[in-house]
Write a protein that binds this ligand. Structure first.
Ligand SMILES: *Cc1c(COP(=O)(O)O)cnc(C)c1O
Length: 437
């Protein structure tokens, strides 16, 4: 290649996104503005710190590596080995684990690796019913798990809408699963992992604690830690833990000797290929942040904010599944309000409040419609929303969902949403230029 041509190609490679691809650049900017202007109440959403974002967007994305620190299939791994070891050490320290695997691309992949470790196709698993708060990767029929394994589901108690451990034990004795999964995407109450382990032991099953939603609370010691009870602990890292979109597997002292190597090979080469080193770096940063006192303060405020919204909504005559919440989310049953989850989601979106429709236990609506919505405060608490703001948000939700809101009401609510967002500017002030100190 002639020198001039090679220089041109390199120049092209160093041209900014706005010039190379204005369409993508524009869509990112619009999404940026959406994140700034809307009240984000999706329970699995959060805003990463600038440091986590920097690591995610770093040159580590260029590094190819397969395998584990000290046992790679490619060379040039001297720095990324240190990085992955650092992340592993932090994860073990934060969660009191004897083993940590930081390579799973997502929480779902982490679960698949656990299944590959202990299950054969056709084996029985017992997880939480999707419409009662469980997750797709726990055996849903349109998920890989539902196709590969014989999946059975426990539900919440029809009276209390909480887990009824005696009923789960009875069902486990009946089903005789090889693996029991404890963990949920839409369960507002504390989970008793010790009790789950007793059930698993009684029927000779392994126990997987999937703490995708509550790992941030666990890190801050605001929810019991399953590490010394469950054989396997998996989590997403982008939810309450406030890290990159990724996953993690942890083992306690009691199970690491038997399963550490097996989990390693289930993740790679079992269900994944090369490591996402930029995500590993971002997880290392996330873990460092999660060890700080300010992270515990943040999680306590999240719980407080959720409690305030929950109590206000109950006072305003909304029905909450299980009557309230112990964690970062609530489930609102809208069946008595004459509005479906889908309609509520759309109405709230029209005024700048982002939630998701959600199935309720024993829901009479279809999954595409849903009888309720799920509301979480992790993201807005990161933004700095206070308990005072929660009273405002509960008022806004009432205005939109109780009775038929007029166009004028919707307009006022929208203005109030904008006011609250301006009160707590986030995206620009956290990620904007000139803020690095
Ligand atoms: C979110 C979630 C997961 C994993 O989701 P990913 O999007 O794959 O990270 C797994 N289990 C539960 C209970 C979840 O809520």
């Amino acid at each position: 290649m002639v020198i001039a041509q090679s220089k041109r190609l390199r120049q092209k490679h160093s041209t900014g996104l706005n010039v190379v691809d204005p369409e993508v650049y524009d869509l990112i900017n619009r999404e940026h503005q959406r994140q700034e202007d809307k009240i984000e109440l999706i329970a699995s959403a959060n805003f990463v710190s600038r440091a986590v974002l920097e690591a995610t967007g770093s040159i580590l994305t260029n590094k190819v590596a397969e395998g584990y620190p000290g046992r790679r299939y490619f060379s040039g791994c001297e720095y990324i080995d240190k990085l992955e070891n650092l992340a592993i050490a932090r994860a073990k320290e934060l969660f009191g684990a004897a083993y940590a695997n930081l390579e799973p691309y997502t929480g779902s992949q982490a679960n698949h690796a656990v299944y590959l470790t202990v299950l054969k196709p056709g084996d029985r698993i017992l997880g939480m019913d999707l419409s009662h708060g469980g997750h797709l990767s726990h055996g849903a029929k349109f998920n890989m798990t539902g196709k590969n394994y014989d999946c059975h589901f426990y539900q919440v108690d029809p009276d209390t809408e909480r887990l009824n451990y005696d009923r789960i034990l009875a069902q486990a004795k009946d089903v005789r699963p090889k693996l029991i999964i404890a963990g949920a995407s839409a369960y507002p109450r504390t989970i008793d992992f010790q009790r789950f382990r007793e059930i698993a032991d009684e029927v000779g099953a392994y126990l997987l604690a999937d703490v995708a939603h509550i790992s941030g609370l666990i890190a801050a010691e605001l929810h019991p830690n399953p590490i010394n009870h469950a054989h396997f602990v998996t989590t997403s890292t982008q939810k309450t833990l406030r890290g990159p979109r990724s996953g993690m597997i942890l083992l306690g002292e009691h199970s690491a000797p038997e399963f550490a190597r097996k989990i390693d090979s289930a993740v790679f080469p079992g269900v994944q290929g090369a490591v996402h080193m930029h995500a590993i770096a971002a997880k290392a940063v996330m873990l460092k942040e999660a060890m700080s006192p300010s992270f515990a303060t943040y999680q306590r405020q999240t719980l407080e904010n959720t409690r305030v919204i929950a109590e206000d909504l109950v006072k305003k005559d909304f029905r909450l599944v299980s009557g309230g919440t112990d964690n970062h989310l609530i489930l609102l049953d809208l069946s008595e309000k004459g509005i479906t989850g889908k309609e509520a989601e759309e109405l709230l979106a029209s005024v700048g409040i982002t939630v998701n429709k959600n199935m309720l236990p024993y829901d009479s609506q279809k999954p595409s419609v849903c009888g309720g919505i799920r509301i979480g405060t992790s993201a807005i608490t990161t933004r700095g929303f206070t308990s005072e703001d929660m009273h405002c948000i509960a008022d806004l939700i009432e205005k939109v969902l109780s009775g038929k809101p007029t166009a004028i009401t919707l307009k006022t609510v929208q203005e109030e949403v904008s006011r609250l967002c301006r009160l707590h500017p986030h995206i620009d002030s956290i990620y904007g230029e000139g803020e690095t100190n």
